[in-house]
Design a binder for this molecule. Structure first.
Ligand code: FE2
Length: 229
């Protein structure tokens, strides 16, 4: 869809489309407005610690960042499919990504968890327990790959930071991986300043394409939203 204006009904269309498809792309949406203002126009912004809730994402080579992060592990290579903050009991519901400097060559890829759940068998996934590979704040919480609820529920996926925590977990992880390999992928290129995508992080998985040397200047803004207006 093209960018909505500021009216409440236009923002409601964003919510509707995210409910239907799991994400919405707004092309050159109010390009001269700050990420903070756009995020709060779209929904209830989640504040993580101090500072702005809008964070700048820039491609970073492996050796220039903390080892235990996606950039530290993958650098400028492809980031595999995952959901954000998958180790939280209550991961952020929505992710807003907004382009400051973009490139056609570095699309964000999306996979629909609703398709994966259908393909992999929702009962198998709902029984599958996983655990972070390393303690989070001294703890190793047991978490389900899929928590069904009215509507859809919540999926969490992070193959790099999780491992199965039971036999049912192993089975679920295998089924999930296989289904993820077969479902269709949506390619979203944030190219122009203001291009904005809102993703349901409880339903959709996302991945980043590799960053060629000419595209290292890419800058996105990211904010998490608890709900959409
Ligand atoms: Fe992510």
């Amino acid at each position: 869809m093209t960018g909505p204006e500021r009216s409440p009904s236009a923002v409601a269309k964003v919510r509707h489309e995210v409910e239907e498809r799991g994400y919405v792309l707004l092309k050159t949406y109010r390009p001269n407005t700050s990420g903070e203002e756009i995020a709060s126009a779209l929904g209830k912004v989640l504040t993580l610690g101090e500072g702005s809730p809008v964070h700048q994402l820039r491609p970073t080579p492996k050796d220039q960042t903390t080892p235990n992060t996606y950039s530290g592990i993958y650098g400028l290579d492809v980031f595999p499919f995952h959901t954000d903050m998958a180790h939280w009991r209550h991961p952020p519901r929505y992710i807003m990504l907004r382009c400051l400097v973009g490139f056609e060559e570095v699309p964000t890829l999306l996979a629909d968890g609703a398709e994966i759940v259908r393909e992999a068998d929702d009962n198998v996934l709902a029984r599958a327990l996983v655990q972070p590979r390393r303690p989070v704040k001294g703890r190793l919480p047991l978490l389900r790959i899929f928590q069904p609820s009215e509507g859809f529920g919540l999926i969490r996926w992070d193959d790099k930071f999780f491992r199965p925590a039971s036999r049912a977990g192993e089975h679920g992880v295998e089924r999930f991986r296989a289904a993820l390999g077969t479902v269709s992928k949506h390619s979203i290129a944030l190219v122009e300043r203001g291009d904005t995508v809102v993703i349901d992080n409880w339903r959709m998985l996302h991945a980043r394409s590799p960053v060629p040397p000419a595209c290292e200047g890419r800058i996105l803004e990211r904010a998490y939203l608890e709900q959409l207006h």
